[in-house]
Ligand binder design. Structure first.
Ligand code: GRG
Length: 290
């Protein structure tokens, strides 16, 4: 199953790249620089969120064609957030996905425009997706836009930036992780569930799974951040912000990542064997630190 997840990651990466590339076409030579900046940052990445949307959709027997654009939109939002996160007045990072951060190459002004354009085009991609009904388009667009507002990425980033290492305790780190990372996983999961016409109970289970997977993913990212060489991790690894590992130590963080993964798995019980691919994804992510 693990090999299947790796090859699925490669397949979805290829289709997501194709859909995103199609969005980033523009006839006006005047904005070539803006398109280049956006393309630069959507390139690369593991595409875990896109794969996640597909695996949840598969659970509800949704055809891949109905998931491609929504999954690409999730990755565009993710890329937009990475551009913003790296800006000097945010995380001030020079390196992302193993190459210079967007603003280092294109300048802060262009980077910000590219990030905003990606957010906007992500919503448009879903609203223009003919494979979805109008109701599905609206529901997915709502969930995706919600993921980066006051109850998502912007909220988590705000608390993260403002508190830095001051007055940070477990509940605050949990809030930051819920909004900065888990919110987009929840949106990615709910997207697959909505397109799959999931029942309320099934949607609640997918939300539970997504949120806990997102928590585990962030703790794993923190462990890699603290331990990793920036060249291997592909991004700057020393920040003045507090993270889970700094708060509770490496061993406890690893234990917590396993605990959140277990909670995620528990949420899948109602689906029986049909959710094995989602179980494998969770295991695949946890393996990154073991
Ligand atoms: C309004 C979109 C928007 C954002 C404003 C900047 C910001 C608020 C939030 C930052 C959110 C952020 C960058 C969280 C980090 C999440 C994370 C663990 C990223 C790494 O994900 P991977 O490992 O990256 O999946 P790849 O490169 O593989 O895609």
């Amino acid at each position: 199953m693990q090999n299947k997840i790796s090859s699925f990651l490669q397949d979805i990466k290829a289709t997501a790249d194709r859909d995103i590339e199609a969005v980033l076409q523009n006839d006006s030579g005047l904005i070539d620089g803006l398109i280049k900046s956006a393309s630069y940052s959507v390139a690369g990445g593991k595409r875990i969120r896109a794969v996640f949307t597909h695996l949840v959709g598969q659970l509800f027997d949704v055809k891949a064609e109905k998931l491609h654009k929504a999954a690409a939109a999730v990755e565009m939002i993710h890329a937009a957030s990475l551009i913003m996160d790296d800006l000097p007045y945010m995380d001030d990072s020079q390196l992302r996905r193993g190459k210079p951060a967007n603003h280092v190459v294109f300048g802060q002004d262009v980077a910000l425009c590219a990030s905003i354009a990606l957010l906007s085009e992500a919503t448009a991609l879903v609203l223009d997706d003919d494979s979805l009904t109008i109701e599905e388009q609206n529901k997915v667009a709502r969930v995706l836009t919600e993921s980066y507002g006051f109850s998502g990425l912007a909220a988590g980033q705000y608390v993260d930036l403002k508190l830095k290492r001051k007055n940070v305790d477990y509940s605050i780190i949990e809030f930051i992780n819920a909004k900065k990372t888990a919110a987009l996983f929840v949106a990615a999961g709910k997207t697959g569930a909505m397109i799959g016409n999931a029942t309320e109970a099934q949607t609640a289970a997918i939300t539970q799974f997504s949120e806990n997977l997102g928590f585990a993913f962030q703790i794993i990212d923190d462990i890699l951040d603290v331990e990793g060489d920036s060249k291997v991790v592909g991004k700057d690894t020393d920040h003045d912000k507090m993270n889970f590992v700094m708060l509770v130590g490496r061993d406890e963080a690893q234990r917590k990542a396993a605990e959140y993964s277990q909670r995620a798995l528990d949420a899948l019980n109602i689906f029986g064997d049909k959710a094995d691919a989602l179980r494998a994804l969770s295991e695949f992510l946890l393996k990154r630190i073991s």
